[in-house]
Ligand binder design. Structure first.
Ligand code: CDP
Ligand code: CDP
Length: 210
């Protein structure tokens, strides 16, 4: 059976963590599509281009698998650059086939912003993973700084950055961040990553008994 699972949601909700562990549990390949937009933004910046002003289409067309595994893709400049370049219809079009072609004969787990709405509108299961902005900011802080005690200013800054990016992603005309009508809402404010995985595996097994 071919199983395509779409995981969408706002920044730092735990989409990637869920998608990766779900894919491992179901033995499916996993694609984090945010990395595609991040890699385009990174290469534009390195080439002296501005992701908010200059066309990123050619770079998007030429992206190589190695470009997605760089260690410097998760820095604030690239958070903003990815969100800016993601508003360009030609960039999104250039990345669309690559995302669709990723699914194998057995399927895939794919996470991003528009997977259930645009990339795989016929996905077998669609999840929209959310948490409140302060919870997501704390998760991102801990992801970046480990157990370091979070100070109020840093958390306020991260919350603001996350909210600004969510707003931009939700308000852009092309492929905005939104929950597909048939996506199941997964509220994670009070669940750790393991509990979210267990919950979703329960949904998968109920819907697709093997
Ligand atoms: O992909 P996305 O930006 O939505 O989030 P992520 O990078 O998968 O997760 C952000 C951080 O939240 C990671 O350090 C996770 O371990 C943590 N986390 C989670 O993913 N799920 C929870 N329910 C709670 C925390
Ligand atoms: O990990 P986090 O949720 O912070 O971000 P990401 O998933 O790596 O995505 C970075 C940016 O790429 C997002 O803010 C979106 O602007 C864009 N993106 C998108 O437009 N469509 C996708 N399918 C995935 C990411």
């Amino acid at each position: 059976m071919r199983l395509i699972i779409a995981v969408d949601g706002p920044a730092a909700a735990g989409k990637g963590t869920l998608a990766k562990s779900l894919a491992a549990a179901l033995r499916l390949p996993h694609l984090d599509t945010g990395l595609l937009y991040r890699a385009v933004a990174r290469q534009m910046i390195l080439a002296g281009l501005d992701p908010a002003q200059d066309a990123g289409e050619t770079i998007a067309q030429r992206l190589q698998p190695d470009d997605l595994t760089r260690s410097d893709l998760r820095v604030p400049e690239i958070d903003r650059g990815a969100s800016a370049v993601a508003t360009q219809p030609a960039v999104r079009a250039a990345l669309l086939r690559r995302q669709r072609d990723f699914a194998t004969a057995s399927g895939a787990v794919i996470d991003g912003r528009d997977i259930g709405t645009v990339v795989f509108p016929d996905a077998d299961l669609k999840l929209f993973v959310t948490a409140s902005a302060p919870v997501r900011a704390l998760r991102r802080f801990q992801q970046l700084h480990g157990d370091a005690p979070p100070d109020r200013d840093a958390l306020a800054r991260l919350t603001e950055e996350i909210e600004t990016r969510d707003r931009k992603d939700a308000e852009r005309p092309v492929s905005p961040l939104r929950r597909a009508e048939d996506a199941l809402l997964v509220e994670t404010d009070h669940l750790d990553a393991g509990a979210v995985l267990d919950h979703v595996l329960g949904l998968v097994r109920a819907r697709f008994p093997s």
